[in-house]
Write a protein that binds this ligand. Structure first.
Ligand SMILES: [Zn+2]
Length: 306
C-alpha cells in the first residue's frame, strides 16, 4: 500500500491527512490556520511533514495558484497566500518525493477517480465559489497544457458586458458565474430594472444586496431575485456550452459553495439544447471538501508509484 501525506493549502486553512492509492483516508483529517507570513508558512509545512515523514511514501500538495508542468512549484501566487509563496521549492521541504498540483485540477481528478465523474473519461469539474476554478479531463488524462496551467476556466471570456473582474481584466467567466458574479448581477439589475421596486429587498441599496439575499428571495418567489438568479444561471450555462462543444465532455461536475443553489436538471437541459456534440450529464460533486487532498494524492501515486 502507498501512503501519501496530502496537504491542501487554502488562504485561511491548511487541511491534511494520509491518503492511500485508492483515495481513502488512513488518518483523521487535521486542520491548521494558514500562517500569514512566508517564513511561518514554510515552518508550518515542515512541522506537518516532520510529524508523518517516517511513515509515508510521498507528499502531495493541493494549492491555490498555477503550478508548473514539473509539479514542483507555484508559478503565480494568489492574493490569499503570503508574498513569496511562488518562491517555495516544495521538493526541498522533505527527503521524500513532493508533488504539487493546483487545487482545482486535483479536485477534478478526485471527482474522476472516486467521485461523481467516475467512469466518464471526458469530464470537467467546475468549482463555483467566490471565484471559478476548474479541471478538464480529456480521454482519461488531466489536461495540463504547455505550462501546466490548462483548465483556467474562470478566466475565459463569455461576453462583453464590460464587467471588471477581481483580476482586473474585463469579462472573465468568473466575474459572472461565481458568487461574486451573482452579487454583481444583483447590483446591476437593482440599478437598471424596475422589477427591483417591488422586491422585498428594495429598502437596501444596490451595493448591499448579498448572494444570501438572492437565495432567500428565491424561496419567497421574489420577482427581482428570480430575474437575477436566472441571469446568473444563464451566464454559467453559456460557459459550459462552450466547454462541452470544445471538449465533447460526457459529464460536468459542479463543485463549490455556490453549486448547491443551482438547478442541475434545468441547467443540464439548457446546455443540451445548444450543444452540437453529444449530450452531457451534469452532477453535483461527491468528493467535495477533501477532493483537493484526494486528487493530489492520486495524481502523485500515478506519477511516482506506477
Ligand atoms: Zn478575471
Amino acid at each position: 500500500m502507498t501512503k501519501v501525506l496530502a496537504i491542501d493549502v487554502g488562504g485561511t486553512k491548511i487541511v491534511y491527512g494520509i491518503v492511500n492509492e485508492k483515495g481513502e483516508f488512513l488518518t483523521e483529517i487535521q486542520r491548521k490556520n494558514t500562517k500569514k507570513d512566508i517564513k511561518g508558512l514554510i515552518g508550518e509545512f515542515k512541522d506537518i511533514i516532520k510529524e508523518y515523514e517516517s511513515e509515508i511514501d510521498l507528499i502531495a500538495f493541493a494549492t491555490a495558484g498555477a503550478v508548473n508542468i514539473e509539479n514542483t512549484k507555484v508559478e503565480s501566487s494568489t492574493p490569499n497566500l503570503p508574498e513569496g509563496y511562488n518562491s517555495i521549492d516544495f521538493s526541498s521541504l522533505s527527503k521524500k518525493t513532493v508533488y504539487v498540483e493546483n487545487d482545482a485540477n486535483a479536485a477534478a481528478w478526485a471527482e474522476y477517480k472516486v467521485g461523481a465523474a467516475k467512469g466518464y473519461d471526458n469530464n470537467i469539474t467546475i468549482t463555483l465559489g467566490t471565484g471559478v476554478g476548474g479541471g478538464i479531463i480529456v480521454e482519461g488524462k488531466l489536461l495540463r497544457g504547455k505550462s501546466g496551467r490548462a483548465g483556467e476556466i474562470g478566466s475565459m471570456k463569455i461576453n462583453y458586458r464590460g464587467r471588471i473582474c477581481t483580476c482586473h481584466r474585463k469579462d472573465c467567466y468568473e466575474s459572472y458565474a461565481s458568487g461574486t458574479g451573482l452579487k454583481l448581477t444583483a447590483k446591476e439589475v437593482a440599478l437598471s430594472d424596475n422589477v427591483f421596486k417591488t422586491s422585498i429587498f428594495n429598502n437596501k441599496t444596490a451595493d448591499n444586496i448579498t448572494t444570501y439575499d438572492i437565495v432567500e428571495g428565491l424561496k419567497q418567489k421574489d420577482a427581482y431575485c428570480i430575474k437575477v438568479f436566472n441571469i446568473w444561471q444563464k451566464d454559467i450555462v453559456s460557459g459550459l456550452i462552450n466547454l462541452v462543444n470544445i471538449f465533447d465532455t460526457e459529464m460536468i461536475v459542479i463543485s463549490g459553495g455556490m453549486g448547491e443553489y443551482i438547478n442541475t436538471k434545468e441547467m443540464e437541459k439548457n446546455i443540451n439544447d445548444e450543444v452540437v456534440v453529444s449530450k452531457v450529464k451534469l452532477s453535483l460533486a461527491k468528493a467535495k471538501n477533501y477532493s483537493g487532498m484526494i486528487g493530489a494524492a492520486l495524481l502523485a501515486c500515478d506519477k511516482f508509484m506506477n
